[in-house]
Design a binder for this molecule. Sequence first.
Ligand SMILES: [Zn+2]
Ligand SMILES: [Zn+2]
Length: 389
Amino acid sequence: MSTDVAAPVAEGTARHNPVNWLAASVLLSTPILALILVPLYAWFNDYSTAAWVSFVVLSALNGISITGGYHRLWAHRAYEAHWSLRLFFMLFGTMATQNSILVWASSHRTHHRHVDDIDHDPYSVKRGFWFSHIGWMLRHYESGKEDFRNAPDLLNDPIVMFQHKHYLPLVLLMNFGVPVAIGLMVGDLWGVVLLGGLFRLVWSHHTTFFINSLAHMWGSRPYTDENTARDNPVLALFTYGEGYHNYHHIFQYDYRNGIRWYQFDPTKWLIASMSWIGVTRNLKRCPEFAIEKAKLTMQFKQAEAKLSLQAAGHAQLEAWRAKLAQEYEHFTQVLNDWSKLKETWYAEKKEQLLHKWEEASFRTRFQEIEYRLKMQRKRLRLLTAQVAA
Ligand SMILES: [Zn+2]
Ligand SMILES: [Zn+2]
C-alpha cells in the first residue's frame, strides 16, 4: 500500500472538539450489535434465502442511491434526472443513513474544493485513516462545520429540502419500516431485520466510508498527483464504481468514474441506460483531449522520475534524456495545435460561418490531434519501460 499520508495533525486536539452524540452512538453501536447479533442468530436459526436476498438488494439500492444520487447527481450535478428517480434516490439514500442530501453534498463539495487541506477538508486523509474513514463524524470539528453557501441549488430543490426537514422520521421509516414489512411478507421477520436491516446498514456505511479513507491512500494516480485520490479497481467492486477516485477528483463533473468499458462502474451504467428512456439527461463527460493530456502529463513526470534514478555514467542516459526532451517538445506542439484549432473553431462558430460539412471537418481535425496524443502515450510507455530495464 503506497501512501504519502502524513502523521495526523488536527486543528486543536480531539479533546477540544465536542462529541457528536447522535452520530457517534449510531456509528459505534451498529457495528458492535451486528457483530454480536448476526452470527448469534445464525447459530440458533438459519437465515432464509429471502433474508440474504434482502441484504443484497437493499445494499445495492442504498449504494447506488448514494453514488448515483447523493454523489454524482446532487453533489456534482453531473447529469439531470426525472423527479421519480430523484425521489427513489432520496428514499434509498436516506436508508443508507449518511445524513441529509443537503449536508452530505455540501460537505462533499468542500472536500473537492479543499482536498487534503487539514483545516478545511471535512475528511482529509492527511489526518489519518481513522479520521477520514469515520472519526470526522464522531465529533464536531471546525473543518466539518455546515455551510450551505456552496449549495444554493440544493436549497431550492424541493425533494432535497423535504428530506432535510423530515430526515429523522424518514431514516426510521426506511430502516425499521421497510425491513419489518419485507420480513413479515416473506415470513422471516428477524432474519430480514438482522441482514437486510442491521448488517446492510453497517455494510453500506463502511463501503462508502472507504472512498474517503482507502481511496485516498491505496491505488494508482494515472491522472494527477496533485492530491491523494487514487484509482483502485478493487474498491470499485464494493462501491458501485466509485473506486476510480483519482479520475473523479480531477474530472469531478463527469457522470462516469470508470471511463473505460472494462472498468466496473455500475453507477455509470445505470445513469447511461436511464438516459435511453429519458429518465436522465444532459450527461456530462470531460473532453477526451483533457483526459489524454492529464495522463500524458503524469507519464512525463514518471519518466523523469525514473531517469533521475539512473546512475550518472549510464551509457544510455544521454540518449534517453534527448528522446524525452524531444517527446516533450512534440507534446507542447500538439497542445499548441489544439488551442489554435479551438480558437479558429470558436471564431467561425461565433460568426456563424460553419456549415454542417465544415463542423464535420473540424471534428475530424480534433480527433486527429487526440490520436497524436494517444500515439505519444504509447511511445512514452515504451521509453519508460526501457529506462526501467
Ligand atoms: Zn475524495
Ligand atoms: Zn466527488
